[in-house]
Design a protein around this ligand. Structure first.
Ligand code: HEM
Ligand SMILES: Nc1nc2c(c(=O)[nH]1)N[C@H]1C(S)=C(S)[C@@H](COP(=O)(O)O)O[C@H]1N2
Ligand SMILES: [Mo]
Length: 412
């Protein structure tokens, strides 16, 4: 072991320089792919690409531990060299903390099935938190480096040199200068291109820590205009689950559709004895029930104790009368793009619900209102938003995200 470390330490200075460069590129790739994964615009735009980006993020993420381990093997010597430079020591600790934290939480997110929703929920919060703290830190770091280059007095003094080029051999200054310039340019590029969505995401995420305000905002900004408003059952208002814990992230692969009495209907057809097409007035007359359930997205976030009010899917199927040849329940979104399926057996679970209300209030358009599916025992990509058609079909259908690489097995 010590022989190995000895060998590592040969050419120590050069190694630290290339380590720093490698690590910089890894962070850039993880940042770009990570910010794309956050969602919003990119979700709809990328489609299948999102799954590739996710894999790239995970593979590079796992690889990111290598420079860290390599550095740790050299750290003793480096640490001693930084004895007179507390600020640089601090910087080393921040960067190591960020990288290890991102790695640890990232591995948990990657292994979300093995660790379960409550762990991956925490991992996502940590992963995000490190991103909010770490990115500004790293962007600032890159930008100040670029600035310093313009000040000859600082360029030559020690204070400008940190981790990488404090070493006896000395690095030719131009190499470092060019590298710092590239990093500065990347920092500025990142800030300009990703700044707005980063800030928006920051706002949303902070809101999501702060409790119930955000959902009220979503209700306030409801784009749907459907009358009459559904009246909650006593078990819904006040919500029998006591109110949802956690915050939904608004996910959509299309613009949020808007519905009114004129353009909304709900159809159940295909291999059924009686097909139906309800308008909103008829639909709110259907008998509803209330359930409390948790909601888990594969990305790692969950919302607990949702009180959903709606029509159990099995009741709708009973009403329509499933014909013997039918094998699959195909679910259509009113966005015109998103679909998913359940087997007849899955659709028969008691808690699969065609939901109309959440915590005693109409579901806002951002969260899939007026009517969305909820499948509590499965990851939420099965929970089709703006549900407006159920078709019973023979054979299979591959849903939107399943076509793009998500597991057909969505059991939590
Ligand atoms: C510079 C370091 C990193 C940054 C800036 C970063 C950033 C991000 C961001 C912003 C997200 C989106 C989270 C969200 O949806 O709110 C994300 C997701 C994720 N990250 Fe990282 N990450 C980094 C390192 C890693 C590492 C080291 C791993 C380890 C394997 C990793 C694995 C994951 C996974 C599995 C997801 C969830 C992807 C999904 O299902 O959408 N990340 N990351
Ligand atoms: N029509 C439609 N339904 C959808 C999606 C979508 O993009 N479009 N995303 C799914 C995914 S991946 C999740 S996690 C949940 C998110 O629900 P929310 O936006 O109400 O939080 O909706 C699911 N249903
Ligand atoms: Mo999801």
């Amino acid at each position: 072991m010590s022989g190995f470390i000895e060998r590592l330490r040969k050419g120590y200075g050069k190694k630290l320089v290339s380590l720093h460069a490698w690590n910089g590129w890894i962070v850039v790739i993880l940042t770009l792919t990570g910010l794309i994964l956050v969602g919003g615009f990119w979700r709809g735009f990328l489609g299948e690409g999102r799954v590739w980006i996710k894999w790239l993020h995970i593979v590079v993420g796992i690889a990111s531990i290598l420079p860290v381990l390599y550095y740790l093997a050299l750290a003793g010597k480096h640490w001693k060299q930084l004895k007179q430079k507390p600020w640089q020591r601090f910087n080393v600790l921040v960067v190591l903390g960020l990288l290890l934290g991102w790695f640890g939480s990232g591995v948990l997110l990657w292994q979300f099935k093995a660790v379960g929703p409550s762990v991956s929920n925490i991992a996502l919060v940590v992963h995000d938190l490190l991103t909010w703290i770490g990115l500004p830190y790293i962007i600032y770091h890159s930008i100040t480096r670029a600035k310093w280059l313009k000040e000859p007095s600082r360029r030559t003094i020690q204070s400008e040199r940190e981790t990488v080029d404090v070493h006896p051999a000395g690095v030719p200054q131009p190499i470092y200068t060019r590298r710092a310039f590239i990093r500065g340019a990347i920092g500025v590029g990142l800030a300009v291109t990703l700044g707005p969505s980063f800030m928006k995401w920051l706002g949303n995420s902070i809101g999501s820590v702060g409790g119930t305000q955000t959902i009220d905002k979503l209700i306030e900004n409801d784009a749907n205009m459907l009358v009459p408003a559904p009246q909650p059952l006593p078990a819904s208002a006040p919500p029998m689950g006591g109110g949802a814990i956690g915050q939904f992230r608004v996910y959509t692969v299309t613009p949020i559709p808007e519905f009114s009495n004129d353009n909304w209907s709900f159809t159940i057809d295909g291999l059924v004895e009686n097909s139906f097409k309800w308008d909103w007035k008829q639909f709110v007359e259907l008998k509803r029930t209330v359930q409390v359930s948790d909601f888990h997205c594969v990305t790692g976030w969950s919302v607990y104790k949702n009180t959903w009010e709606g029509i159990p899917l099995k009741e709708l199927l009973k009403k329509a009368g499933v014909k013997p040849g039918a094998q699959t329940v195909k679910l259509y979104s009113g966005d015109g793009v998103y679909t998913d399926t359940l087997t007849l057996e899955q659709a028969d679970m008691d808690d699969v619900m065609v939901a109309v209300m959440h915590d005693g209030k109409p579901i806002p358009s951002d969260l899939g209102g007026p009517v969305r599916l909820v499948v509590p025992k499965m990851y939420a990509y099965k929970s089709v938003k703006w549900l407006n058609r159920i078709e019973l079909i023979e054979g299979e259908h591959i849903g939107y995200w399943e076509q793009r690489g998500y597991a057909n097995d969505a059991w939590v």
